[in-house]
Design a protein around this ligand. Structure first.
Ligand SMILES: Nc1ncnc2c1ncn2[C@@H]1O[C@H](COP(=O)(O)OP(=O)(O)OP(=O)(O)O)[C@@H](O)[C@H]1O
Length: 311
């Protein structure tokens, strides 16, 4: 099967800054991938290269098997790009705006009106059809911009910070739209700083820092790998000091300490190792009453694979 997106070793330098440094990863059809990294990490530059708005200094990108270097126009017909900010045409209505871009994509006659209707259906824009863009809320404008990127039925969607500035309801709506796009077989590369949102909608994440790809993998696998260093809190029925002594000498336990009545430690073993530790404590008569590892979230994954490097 042809990958929806294959990035092969792209590099882009602006003066002294290596904005993107030998980045490679791919997305399969239907895969929704969160693209995360600190400010200035190289996300927008990577997205602009994929979308043919910027040329890489070296490397290549293939969208649905087509090279951005060899056939940029063909790539454009296969992808939809939603930038983090875009010029709106305030005095036009929603329908006029979409119709303009549908014409630009070469859609004519009935095909154009059917495409417009189905895209407006998908993004629930029908009730706003006659509204001027100036009168739309931020969330409505985002939906309109997403509708615009769907007009050419792209195989790959590149969404740069689509949730920025949206209220919670609009963010939920956007998440549902993105999930629905994945279900139709479109691949989506989506950047955001709101990591809890991404964890709910993404199959995978790619983490970039200082231009370099730090990790790319399935969200659940990356969380499992991060959980191997989970922080565990244990409260025992009596004598926390004795509990601390017992825990401190167990395998995979790091930096055990007392925090009030609780014993807190980092645990570098697997889930099975953690179960063995608990069984061993009980066998030694330590009597744990609470034993909890802090639930890993995408923020932990992000913090564990990035180093806080600025450039
Ligand atoms: N046109 C340009 N000219 C000079 N430097 C640039 C240009 N575009 C990007 N850069 C630099 O390249 C680096 C990567 O920027 P980029 O916008 O790709 O990061 P980002 O991950 O999208 O950041 P953010 O999360 O803040 O949007 C930054 O150091 C930025 O200052």
């Amino acid at each position: 099967m042809t990958s929806a997106l294959e990035i092969r070793g792209i590099t882009k330098q602006f003066g002294p800054t290596k904005a993107v440094d030998s980045v490679s990863f791919s997305l399969e059809p239907g895969e929704i991938c969160g693209f995360i990294g600190p400010n200035g990490a190289g996300k927008t530059t990577t997205m602009r290269i994929i979308s043919t708005l910027e040329l890489p200094d070296s490397g290549d990108v293939f969208v649905d098997g087509v090279s951005v270097l060899a056939a940029a126009r063909e790539v454009r017909s296969r992808l939809g790009f939603m930038p983090d900010s875009y010029g709106a045409y305030g005095a036009t209505t929603v329908t006029e705006y979409l119709d303009f871009f549908a014409r630009a994509h070469g859609l004519r006659g009935r095909v154009r009106s059917q495409t417009l209707a189905s895209v407006m259906d998908f993004t629930s824009l029908h009730p706003l059809a006659g509204k001027h863009i100036d009168a739309l809320s931020k969330g409505m404008k985002q939906r309109l911009c997403l509708a615009k990127t769907l007009l050419n039925d792209p195989k790959l969607l590149i969404l740069d910070e689509p949730a920025a500035g949206l209220d919670p309801r609009a963010r939920v709506e956007l998440r549902e739209l993105v999930s629905a796009l994945g279900d139709t077989g479109k691949a989506v590369l989506l950047s955001s700083h709101i990591l809890t949102e991404l964890a709910e909608v993404c199959d995978s994440v790619a983490v970039i820092e200082a231009g370099r790809l730090q990790a790319k993998g399935r969200v659940d696998e990356m969380m499992r790998a991060t959980r191997a260093q989970a922080e565990v809190t244990c409260r025992v029925l009596s004598d926390p000091a004795a509990g601390l002594r017992a825990i401190a000498e167990m395998p995979h336990v790091l930096g055990a300490r007392l925090q009030g009545e609780a014993i807190v430690f980092a645990f570098a073993g697997s889930d099975a190792d953690r179960a063995s530790l608990l069984a061993e404590l009980v066998r030694r008569g330590v009597q744990p009453v609470d034993f909890a590892a802090r639930v890993t979230n995408l923020e932990d994954v992000f913090l564990s694979v990035t180093k806080g490097t600025l450039q």
